[in-house]
Design a protein around this ligand. Structure first.
Ligand code: AMP
Length: 216
């Protein structure tokens, strides 16, 4: 089962992907995390993407495609993927279908987290990520599910692109480039929309209620 988690920046895709990983034993593939990792390790690829990320624009498709090929060609991930923040434009969606076919896989479901713009900005500006274990928190919301977080609070960091200007640009990029993909998946009968304005556990309950019917 491969799942695409779809939604604007700050919709809660990463948080719900982490829940799915725990519950269904899947692997989260966040292209944002993969890109940040390239930047952290100062790789050849990082030179091509730093500026895009800081401006809230998309990284080039060829960079993203090479990262995705690495994942799809790895047997460890076979048919156990949750795509978080990918695909981000129609070219990437078409390319993903092509690659999945090549690697004898498919998308089972696309979950669209539908969230209001006001809430998105609050979620982005409050977001904190544990630099040690990767878990996501928010200083504006009490996150009961993560009470068992054991790392020292000193590891909590704000992402460089989680500032107001970049957040607004990222939302604009989403409207222009990413949102049109919804129709592409609707036409393939893969799309399930969920009210992403709820709290974390209610959203996850909605997601869970879709997934067993797919596995049956
Ligand atoms: P995210 O962690 O998903 O919020 O992504 C952070 C930033 O990484 C985005 O604003 C883009 O600049 C870049 N990015 C992440 N995923 C993609 C993608 N699939 N295609 C192009 N750029 C991406």
């Amino acid at each position: 089962m491969n799942i695409v988690l779809f939604g604007p920046p700050g919709a809660g895709k990463g948080t719900q992907a982490d829940n799915l990983v725990k519950y269904f034993n899947l692997y989260k593939i966040s292209t944002g995390d993969l890109l940040r990792n390239e930047i952290k390790n100062n790789t050849e690829l990082s030179k091509k993407i730093n500026k895009n990320i800081n401006k809230g624009e998309l990284a080039p498709d060829d960079v993203i495609n090479s990262l995705i090929v690495r994942i799809l060609s790895d047997r460890k991930f076979y048919n156990r993927l949750i795509f978080d923040g990918y695909p981000r434009n129609i070219n990437q969606a078409i390319n993903l279908d092509k690659l999945l076919k090549e690697y004898n896989q498919k998308i089972s479901l696309v979950i669209n987290l539908d969230v209001s713009k006001d809430l998105i900005i609050k979620r982005i500006l409050g977001r904190q990520i544990c630099n040690k274990c990767g878990l996501i928190f928010n200083k504006y919301f009490v996150n009961l599910e993560n009470n068992d977080h054991k790392c020292d609070p000193k590891y909590l960091e704000t992402r460089a692109d989680d500032n107001e200007d970049t957040a607004i640009n990222r939302f604009e990029t989403y409207l222009q480039k990413t949102l049109p993909i919804l129709n592409y998946y609707k036409n393939q009968n893969l799309l399930h929309s969920i009210n992403g304005n709820d709290d974390i556990s209610s959203i996850f309950d909605q997601i869970r209620s879709i997934i067993p019917s797919l596995e049956a």
